[in-house]
Design a binder for this molecule. Sequence first.
Ligand code: FRU
Length: 510
Amino acid sequence: MNRKFLKLVFSILAGCTFSLSTVTAQQQTTLQAEEHRPQFHFSPKEHWMNDPNGMVYYKGVYHLFYQYYPNGTVWGPMHWGHATTKDFFHWQEKPIALYPDSLGYIFSGSIVMDEHNTSGLGKDGKAPMVAVFTHHDPKLEEKKVNNFQNQSIAYSLDEGNSWTKYSGNPVLPNPGITDFRDPKVMWFEAGKKWIMTLATKDRITFYSSKDLKDWRKESEFGNDLGAHGGVWECPDLFPMEYNGKTVWVLLVSINPGGPNGGSATQYFTGSFDGSKFTANSKVEKWLDYGTDNYAGITWSNTGKRKIFIGWMNNWQYANRVPTKNWRGATTIPRDLYLDQKAGDFYVRSVPVKEMNVHLRPVYKKQSLMLNKGIDLSAYVKNLNGKLKLDFTFNTTKSNQIVLSNKEGEKLLVGYDHKTKTYYIDRANSGINDFEKGFAKKHTAPRIATATTARISLILDVASAELFADDGLTVMTDIFFPKSLINGIKITGNGNQKINNLIISAIPSFK
Ligand code: FRU
C-alpha cells in the first residue's frame, strides 16, 4: 500500500463526515439494486474494507474478519470488521471485533483456536479464540522511527462475539524493521508449538511460541527468491498433501510487483521442519494472475481442507474504484489443492464446493461448433449480470468469450493458442477514468499440458473470476460496466468445437 497517497486521501476526506448508521430493512433491499454491488460475494454493507483477516472455523461457523474503516469509503484507521457464514454464500455482518487503541491501528493477522489453553487465556474450561494481529502506531510512523509495527493478541471466550486485548501487548516487539506485520499463526503438532509466519519487508520471518505470548525467532526465508517488485505482506504457511506426500505451501502477497501490475499473491512450495522453510523450486508461481485478488489467506481450524479467500481489489486503485456506499469485496472462497506438473508442485484453486448447490443451469450443450462465433445472449439476458460458464476446448486453437451490455461495453476472456496464455481484457469494459492503467488486457500462462483445456468463469456484476484447467491458472479481475452484462458470444479462429458447455444462473444473496 502506498501510505503517503493514502494519508493524503484520508486527510482530504477527514473533513467530510460519514455516519455509522444501523442498516435498515429498506437499505438491505437496496443492496440488491446498488450499482456494481456483488450479489454472491461478501462485501460490507457500508464503508471501506481491505484484507480478509483472522478467518477461523469453529462449531460449524466460518468466521471472516477483515480490515475495516467504519467511518468512510477510503482506507483509514484500521479496525477488524466481522462477518460469519455457514455456507460461504449467506453472510451475517457482526459488530466490529477490534478497535484501534493507544498502541495503534489494528492491521492484518490471524486467529487460532487455542484448544489446549496453551495461552492460559481460557476460562472455566472454555478454549479461547486467540487473534494475533499487527498494532500499527501512526504516531511513531510519523516520527520516522522504525518500530511502529508490533504483534499483539486478543482473545474471545464467546465464539468471536466479544474480544479482550491482552494486557501484556505487544507480544512480539519490533526489532527495528519498517515493515513488520501480518502474522499468520498455526499449530505445529510435531514440535508441539505455535508457528508465526510474519512478513518482514523483503522476506518472511518465522517465530515460534509455546503459549502465543512469548515468541522466539526461528529463521528467515525469501530475500533472494521469488518476486521482489514490492513489499512482502500477508503470508500464510500450511501443509498440503499430494499422493500421500506432504508439501508445504507458503503464500506471500506482494505490492506492487504482481504479474499484471500492482498487488498480487505469489507462492512457494517446499518443506518446513518446524524451524525453517526450504523451497523445492525456483519457478515463480502466482496463485492468481489477475489484478484483483490480494492479501488472501486460508481459514484456520479446517483440518486438511484448505479454504482461501482474498480481497478482490488492488492497491493501485482500491481507494478510487467507483462504488458508492462501500468499497471492497472478497473473492469467491476457494478450495485449494496441490498438483504436480513437469516435476514441480502447483496449487490449484477452485470455487468452494458449497457453490454447486446454488447453480441453476439455463443452457447445456454437449458439443457446439463455433464457426464464426456463437451468440448465446438469449440465455444470459435475464441473469442480472451473474453467471457461471463452463466448457472444454482443444488448445490447438484460440477462443474468446465476449461479455457485453446494452452500452456496447465488452469484457473479453479467452485463450490464445500461439502464446499459450489465458487473458481477461477489460480495456473497453466500462468506467475506467479513476485509474490510468485500469483499461488493460491481462494475461496468464497456461500451466496445464493436456491438449484439452477446461474453463470455468464466474461473473458477479462487477467481477470476473477465471478458473482454467481446474484452477491451475486463475485470473480475477474487477470491472465497472455502466449497465449489467446481458450478452455473451463465444468466438474462435477456425472451424472448431467447444464441449460440455453449461451456462448457469446464480441467485442473489443480498
Ligand atoms: C495489505 C496490507 C497489510 C496491512 C493492511 C493494512 O493489503 O497493507 O500489510 O496489515 O493492509 O490495512
